[in-house]
Design a protein around this ligand. Structure first.
Ligand code: AMP
Length: 358
């Protein structure tokens, strides 16, 4: 059954993704309450209400459950125990299992391989000895990542053509946390698929976007991606397979490496709306944000086809000063997040040029 207009949707996390979800919810007639410790966060500026507390605060979670007809989230590091506690009182979408899978890179890759989706070869690494052995098995090259809490290239170290040995202290320098060494993938390009699954199991996948990163942060997403139709189809099919395997409800982002022969390796699952899907608000009738709200509210999903080719670009840090010139351009949709201070590396907004290729 679909959520009646006027119902309240709870959103855990108050960043720009929560903000855009709250705006999409409002456009469909819903109210929103945001759980976020940071006062006056980007999402709370446009939501009906903020519960200002930690994501795992039991009283705040009880308050959120009380206020909401359904609860969703805008980031993948929501504590699984908090999602499970909430789910005992109110529907929580996407399901807590999606968080569990996405929060640990080893669990994530094991899950993907288990449903027949290829990833980079990987080894769990807990000490310098295991790192030495893992690097040796990958011919001296690889990317060492923290298993948990990594994002935007943070918590990563690249090894290229290293001789065996000499890694004493590496694991300590990475914070003495569980790590994973991934084989280095010489990919031709990176793409991602934004897909959604409704409560009734109906799925919809947007066309893959081609993503370019700078300093580990997404710089541009271009649609269509310069890939063969069968590669695009394989990426959409893999995303849908993940949705079904997780009995998922909501929008998911799946990142892939495209190899020279057109084959794909899945890199990461984001159980939420995703930066590489921001283009959908300018180039599709139903954006990823509306699609997510439709899914969690039990409404029919929207048509994922795009009406325009486009390029989305992030506005990071000082790049916010480009706003006056961007506003002068035709066919450009600007979206700012209401953040006061433009710190280096901070996502301040994004814009999408439609009717463009890279
Ligand atoms: P991640 O945090 O896993 O999304 O990694 C951030 C970026 O690092 C990716 O978008 C790639 O550009 C690069 N990268 C990550 N893993 C690998 C890998 N195994 N081989 C080559 N490049 C990688």
């Amino acid at each position: 059954m679909s959520l009646p207009a006027g119902s309240t949707i709870g959103i855990i996390g108050g960043g720009q993704l929560g903000r855009m979800l709250a705006m999409a919810a409002a456009r469909l007639g819903y109210r929103t309450v945001v759980l976020e410790p940071q006062p006056d966060c980007p999402a709370a500026q446009v939501a009906n209400r903020q519960v200002t507390a930690a994501y795992d605060d039991p009283a705040a979670l009880a308050e959120l459950a009380e206020a909401s007809a359904v609860v969703t989230y805008e980031f993948e590091n929501v504590p699984v125990a908090a999602a499970e506690a909430l789910a005992a009182k109110v529907p929580v979408y996407p399901p807590a299992r999606a968080l569990d899978v996405a929060q640990d890179r080893v669990t994530e890759k094991t899950f993907l391989n288990g449903i027949g989706i290829a990833t980079a070869d990987f080894r769990a690494v807990d000490n310098d000895g295991e790192l030495t052995a893992a690097l040796k098995s990958f011919g001296g090259s690889g990317i060492l990542k923290t298993r948990r809490m990594g994002y935007d290239g943070k918590g990563q170290r690249v090894f290229r053509d290293m001789q065996a040995g000499g890694f004493a202290g590496t694991c300590e320098a990475m914070g003495s946390v569980p790590l994973v060494l991934e084989a280095f993938v010489s990919f031709e390009r990176e793409v991602s698929v934004i897909a959604a699954r409704g409560i009734d199991g109906v799925v919809a996948a947007y066309d893959p976007a081609e993503n370019v990163h700078r300093n580990g942060i997404l710089h541009t997403s271009t649609v269509p991606a310069a890939i063969a139709p069968r590669t695009a189809e394989a990426a959409r099919t893999a995303a849908v397979k993940i949705l079904s395997a997780l009995d998922y409800v909501g929008v998911i982002g799946v990142e892939f490496f495209v190899l020279a022969d057109g084959s794909l390796l899945a890199n990461e699952i984001a159980p939420r709306v995703h930066n590489s899907g921001h283009w959908t608000e300018a180039a599709c009738t139903v954006s990823q944000f509306e699609q997510h709200i439709r899914a969690v509210a039990g409404l029919p999903l929207g048509d994922p086809r795009h009406h325009s080719d486009c390029v989305m670009e992030n506005l990071i840090g000082d790049n916010i000063s480009r706003v006056p010139e961007l506003l002068a351009e035709p066919d450009l949709m600007l979206h700012l997040y209401g953040k006061a201070a433009a710190r280096p590396g901070r996502k301040m907004g994004h814009f999408t040029r439609i009717n463009r290729r890279a």
